[in-house]
Design a binder for this molecule. Sequence first.
Ligand code: SF4
Length: 407
Amino acid sequence: MSTEAPSTPQKINLRRPDIMEAVQAQVLSHYRSELVERIRANGNVVSAGGLTVKLAKEFGFCYGVERAIDLAYAARKVFPNQPIYILGEIIHNPEVNDQIRAMGIKSLSGKEKDADVDDLKKDDIVIIPAFGTEVATREKLQAKGCRFVDTTCGDVMSVWKRVRQYSNDRVTSIIHGKAWHEETKATSSQTTNRGGHYLVVFTLAETDYVCNFILKGGSKEEFLNKFKGAYSEGFDPDVHLQAIGVANQTTMLRGETEEVQRRLRNAMTEKYGTDKVEQHFRFFDTICGATQDRQDALEKLLRVPINLLLVIGGYNSSNTSHLAEMGEAKLPTYFIKNAAKMVSDKVIFHYNQHIGKEVETSDWLPSGNITVGITAGASCPNNLIEDTIRRLFELRGISVQDLLGAK
Ligand code: SF4
């Protein structure tokens, strides 16, 4: 637990109607797509020359991302000449992050780092991204007297509330998520700030390992090695797995999260008995509504006959990667960050999340009558979806302007 007494946080309220109205036009000019809106109005389908494109019913920017972007733009508008810093990527989309950088907002982490948190001074303006940030970082900034533009999504804060409650009740948080992801790091820090413990599990195989340890015990050293970097300081699997509460990163795959909690509940039931399990096991579904809507819409889209699926979004975007996983399980799926990846109808470069790099596939776009499904992660703007649709038709020699009379 931090012993530092932070000064009062200086939050800047930018969500005033006059400010937000002024930034709307700029945000729309960067990310809006008239073409996508027209296709939506047309039942999410567009067809020409034997090529049919079907959009999932829900895709692209979620409310949390829209709010974060609006606030970053508003900060620039209100403080046009003052240095503004951002703790990391505002969202996981390279195009959006480039745009934020082009507005002169300086990054405090990552490959394109412009400055360090230690360099900041009193009254400097710092944007907290939609994923939130770790308690220690927030306290450090507060102690320096920095001013915050806090874009943390409300759904992320709901997870924090849940794990804080677990810690208050001396229940270890088992977080289904990616230990290296900003959101999960921020969530984890909420447990230790209350003197609690956490363990992050990512896969079902890791979940099974934990279940096995709960039931049969094992080598503590091996356990700690296996989960290195994914548990709280002082975490002891012999002690801290006796009462557990499951929460999840907001953007995980719903079915997998349910399976994680089911397996852990079964293990705790077997160990402590049905009548005592409530004292040892808790669960709260913290997948956000936007993630759920996009997964549900894709599930529906995958029920109709389509030849291939394009998933558009940043390669480090958690919710996008899960959409790609859902597609891969059913049909040829290409996870691309922009339309330029469709080099020709013969060659496409796309992200293989299982090996963590872009790969090339040949003869990806069949000739003849085909249907291509498209979805996009919660951090993907509509203009990138439009580029993808245009490129697809262009590869068939068709101009979308002609098709829909779009500008
Ligand atoms: S994906 Fe969910 S949690 Fe993340 S910003 Fe969007 S609404 Fe919020």
